[in-house]
Design a binder for this molecule. Structure first.
Ligand SMILES: [Zn+2]
Length: 74
């Protein structure tokens, strides 16, 4: 599996509030960034990032969904 990387894309007052996976663009928002401060917010984003699974198959998934919708609507 290719390497994935976490990127912090939004900060408020130096506290990270939104991270994304550079590999699959999954987003990891912090809902209460003021609660634990900077290190806690960073840890929460890192945790979500570690737990997620990259979805690389956008086009094939879309194709699958279209097929499914087409068959379900019959
Ligand atoms: Zn990812």
């Amino acid at each position: 599996m290719a390497k994935r990387r976490l990127r912090i894309v939004e900060r408020r007052k130096n506290i990270p509030v939104l991270g994304v996976c550079e590999f699959c663009n999954a987003q990891f928002p912090i809902h209460q960034p003021w609660k634990g401060g900077q290190s806690e917010a960073q840890a929460q984003i890192q945790q979500q990032f570690n737990a997620h699974k990259c979805k690389l198959t956008d086009s094939s998934q879309n194709a699958l969904r279209i097929v499914r919708e087409a068959t379900e609507s019959k």
